[in-house]
Ligand binder design. Sequence first.
Ligand SMILES: [Zn+2]
Length: 512
Amino acid sequence: MFILNPKLLNDGVNVKKMFLFYPLAIVIASFSLLYAQNINRKGSSDRDKMLSQFHKISSNTILEYVKELASNKYEGRLTGSSGYDAAADWAAALFKTWGLTPAGDNGSFLQKFPNPYTLVLDSGGLILNNPQTGGKIAYEYEKDFYPGATSDSGEITGEVVFAGYGITAPELNYDDYAGIDVKGKIVLLNPEIPASPDKDTETFMKWRPYSFHDYKMKNASSHGAAGVLYNYQIVNPNCVFIKNQIHIEVGSRVVSDLFAGTGKTFSELIKKIRTEKQPASFNTGKSVTMKCRSEFHPEGIGSNVIAKIEGTDPNLKDAPVIIGAHLDHLGMCDKLMPGANDNASGVAVLLAAAEALSKCGLKFKRPIIFLLFGAEEQGVKGSEFYIKNLNIPAGKIKAFLNLESVGRGEGIGAGSGKNYPELFKVIESANNEYVHRNLSASMNSNLARPRQDAAHFLWAHIPTISFGTYGAPPVDVPVYHTTYDRPEILTPEIMEDLGRIVFLSVIDLASE
Ligand SMILES: [Zn+2]
């Protein structure tokens, strides 16, 4: 029974209290044993090794990793940029220090893949020329808009036409561009599609191809639009670069100014489109000037960072346990996008688990692979490349544990834990025995466009759990894909606990 382990007593459990709680401890332990997996079947010396490293997983170290990755040094880690390459080298150097085996191209830690990227060179500009009040409104970077992270360079002035979801779907008898002329003009578009996956799956699947940002930008361009105002005010490099197309991400202030005096509101029209599945496009009669300055790099090369702990059982050498987290973020757009939670937190937790697993002195039957993805933010490209070039059968992979934005909150979510209850049980057991956080599994319908690296593993039918955290104290600024995703908004203790859960779970999974 682990609770009487002398190592734990050394770690501060008061012996007198132990006697008071002893009967209770027996009851808890009896229940726990029902769940207990390999962790508690290990001999006492293995358990000592395990617990010693377990306690060395520290929120201090993890937060230092986050601060390092979120610093100016790595320029927001946009895959393809020199900042990303420096972050990849930094992570590879740590893997090397801990004695892990390189598992990238040609004996290196890096697996390279083609990855065009765009650098944003200044904060751009957006001006409304003829508001109801007369005069002009110059909008503010971040407060009202972001320059499109994949926009071409240029300045244009034009009328703004509301074109709904920007979809032309003859087979669905739907065209947002029917009856409007957008040539040389600027279209205001809503992201997503007028259907949701959880309500009517069949209908959703018909609309799904039109949910991609790339599709909407290309469709706007093929109808002759010179610019796109996109009602999705985050920095988002998950979009195609189109020559001569200027693209800006706008928020509610810009949208409501464009609708002022038209007798319509944006939200009512979107609601109407969703219910009736009929377009509601119209010319707003307003004109804007929009400008962006950027540099497109079609020759860009991205990389995944891959390291390995070898397994001892030759029959299981093709059946690894994989832990993943995306290393990249949004770059400089035009200010630093630190990405502390998204996803320096996931990388930091992975590194903490990797260090503990490499130093604990235990032997594992299965190989353990540590996988830092590039280009998650550019459309989960690194994980797609990894799965396409897998050199082992996907069906043999024991498990994939993904860490995505795990730095804020008090509870731990196990995405697709309900799809893989056996895998979830291992994680639940580690948590119940040693960590005691609120832990909840969810069902992943796996239908929408891929938004996490886990999607490519799920589509390959690999048992997958993607960790997230929830229950963070509120902050008064938007933090998702903004300049405010900084280390100071994190709750380091949750990262320590998750690192420990991953460490214990992987020991179990790799020992089976
Ligand atoms: Zn992100």
